[in-house]
Design a protein around this ligand. Structure first.
Ligand SMILES: Cc1ncc(COP(=O)(O)O)c(C=O)c1O
Length: 354
């Protein structure tokens, strides 16, 4: 790390940890004592500081608020039975972060700043990693444009930050999913593969409409034919048909390249499944269901790990599943949790020690 990349540390005078009951913390509600903040100006990253978690003072003309150059990541840290802290595949999130940055015409964040900044921040707030099964510390790196100027053009200044949030199990109940044919999340050539803030704002209306119909989330379809499945809310999606696990491919750039998706593909192969990454139409899914060959459907993502889908509603047709009989999704979830919490061998070197 160059001298310019030195991270200054200013510690909080007292920890908020003692004031909170972290028995079953809701996702994203509590934040740890410290945060990392860095500024991009004149082509370089400076003012790199870990300091007490606090509000930001922002100008109303802040570019990000108007034109949406804003990206983020979601990563988790865990403790093993001896209390050592590990981060799950942070390098993959780092690479994805800079792919998002490039697509949004934002500067790349140097590896040292992202990885070493995250490591030092977690080291400082290590006591916040819950020491309990299925609990973890959610890590939220993000970057936004910070020019104070109204005008549609890439900002010249940016802020990169990392905040941390202790979290318990999330999305634990099997879900009811609405196959969305009217609204579209992403089109080829768009920003679907980027973890850009606007993708999430753009998805909220359709999700709210599906909730009014009694569903938990939407299954997005392709932009042209509304026929090929994409992803499920903020999760990638897998279908077990016969002895094959199928998940949509990433070729069109419309789907987020999930780290849990990659890990699930690896573990499904270890379990003996043939795994196919390819376009999959809703009609093929219905045919498999009617033939009794659609065994399991589940979402994968950092927040929830694996979420089983108990109902899939397409037009007037509802596919129902008895998730209590499923073997694959619960096994993948267990293996992932066991690897993360140190009960299963980390043979793919996914865990990075803090
Ligand atoms: C749109 C979307 N798809 C898929 C995922 C799953 O990605 P990952 O497994 O890296 O968390 C996420 C994020 O969590 C997401 O926001």
């Amino acid at each position: 790390m160059t001298a310019a990349m030195d991270i200054s540390i200013r510690k909080a005078e007292r920890s908020k940890l003692q004031d909170l009951n972290l028995e079953n913390p809701p996702f994203g509600k509590y934040f740890t004592d410290h945060m990392l903040e860095a500024d991009y100006e004149n082509g370089e990253w400076k003012n790199i500081e870990i300091k007490p978690y606090q509000p930001l003072l922002l100008s109303p003309s802040l570019a990000a608020l108007h034109y949406g150059q804003a990206i983020f990541e979601g990563i988790k840290a865990y403790k093993d039975s001896e209390g050592n802290a590990f981060i799950f595949r942070p390098q993959d999130n780092y690479k994805r972060f800079n792919r998002s940055a490039e697509r949004m015409q934002m500067p790349a964040v140097p590896e040292e700043l992202f990885m070493e900044g995250m490591r030092q921040l977690i080291e400082l707030d290590k006591n916040w990693i819950p020491f309990k099964q299925d609990h973890s510390l959610y890590i939220r790196p993000f970057m936004f444009s910070s020019d104070e100027l109204i005008g549609v053009r890439p900002s010249e200044t940016y802020k990169f930050m990392i905040i941390l949030s202790p979290t318990g199990p999330y999305y634990i109940e099997p879900m009811r999913i609405y196959v969305e044919e009217q609204y579209v999340r992403a089109a080829p050539g768009g920003v679907g593969y980027a973890k850009a803030a606007g993708n999430y704002g753009a998805a909220m209306y359709a999700t709210a409409e599906a909730k009014k119909k009694g569903y938990d989330q939407v299954l997005w379809m392709d932009a042209f034919e509304h026929k090929y499945v994409q992803e499920c809310g903020t999760m990638n999606v897998f279908f077990i048909i016969g002895n094959t696990a199928i998940t949509p491919d990433l070729e069109q750039g419309t789907i987020l390249d999930g780290v849990t998706r990659q890990s699930t593909i690896t573990l499904l192969k270890e379990m003996g499944f043939a795994v196919e990454e390819r376009p999959l139409s809703i009609h093929d899914i219905i045919d498999a269901y009617n033939a009794g060959l659609l065994y399991e459907v589940f979402g994968t993502g950092t927040a929830a790990t694996i979420s089983m889908i108990k109902e899939l509603g397409y037009k007037d047709f509802v596919m129902k599943f008895d998730t209590s009989k499923w073997k694959t999704a619960p096994t993948i979830k267990k293996w992932l949790t066991d690897i993360r919490e140190g009960r299963r061998e980390d043979k793919y070197n996914w865990m990075q020690k803090v």
